[in-house]
Design a protein around this ligand. Structure first.
Ligand code: IMP
Ligand code: MG
Length: 179
């Protein structure tokens, strides 16, 4: 059927499922290498990290616990105000644990910065950050990413857990939408 030119463009593959699979396996090995002592907690930040976390957990052979945090940042859709609030909390304390915060993407860095402070205050033994993606063009806070999947350009990505208006999370590849 000919295009009317008005429908949204099809998502285009930006990082393929195969590249993601290989990188997640490498991240799993890096995390195993760094952790042998204290109980390990993978702390997924909802909702965007849910698919990444499911794959990452299976790439780590050490015993580990999985927790989730829900966060909300205030502001309009495109511009964060900088205020972040926890909307869903962990089910068991993380005191004394090696915690790895698992994020889908670090954009402004405001969420990651807030969570690092929160978890440190809860007396975790260590707090590290693992993010599938990093978009340096959006940075408003300097955050150190201990385990990083891919650095990306200043584009809006969806799929593999990431959404646009709650859609596209189920795409198996990381894709770009729009022109
Ligand atoms: P922050 O700006 O680093 O605090 O990131 C906050 C959240 O914005 C991320 O966890 C994502 O949920 C969302 N986000 C930022 N950039 C993108 C994108 O390109 N696609 C989908 N979600 C994004
Ligand atoms: Mg997120």
């Amino acid at each position: 059927m000919p295009s009317s030119g008005t429908e949204p463009s099809q998502p285009r593959v930006y990082i393929s499922r195969e590249r993601i699979r290989q990188r997640v396996a490498e991240l799993g090995r890096e995390i195993e290498r760094d952790h042998s002592q204290a109980p390990l907690v993978l702390l997924g930040v909802l909702k965007g990290s849910f698919i990444f976390l499911a794959d990452l957990a299976r790439a780590i052979e050490h015993p580990l616990r999985v927790e989730f945090l829900g966060v909300q940042s205030y502001g309009n859709e495109t511009k964060s105000s900088g205020a972040v609030q926890i909307t869903l909390d962990v089910t068991a304390p993380v005191e004394g644990c090696d915690v790895i915060i698992v994020e889908d993407i670090v954009d402004t860095g405001l969420t990651a910065d807030f969570l690092m402070q929160q978890l440190t205050a809860r007396r975790a033994r260590s707090v590290r950050l693992c993010s599938l993606l990093h978009k340096p063009a959006g940075a408003r806070r300097e955050v150190h990413i201990d385990y990083l999947g891919f650095t990306i350009d200043d584009v809006f990505v969806v799929g593999y857990g990431l959404d646009h208006a709650q859609q596209y999370r189920n795409l198996p590849d990381i894709c770009v939408i729009g022109a």
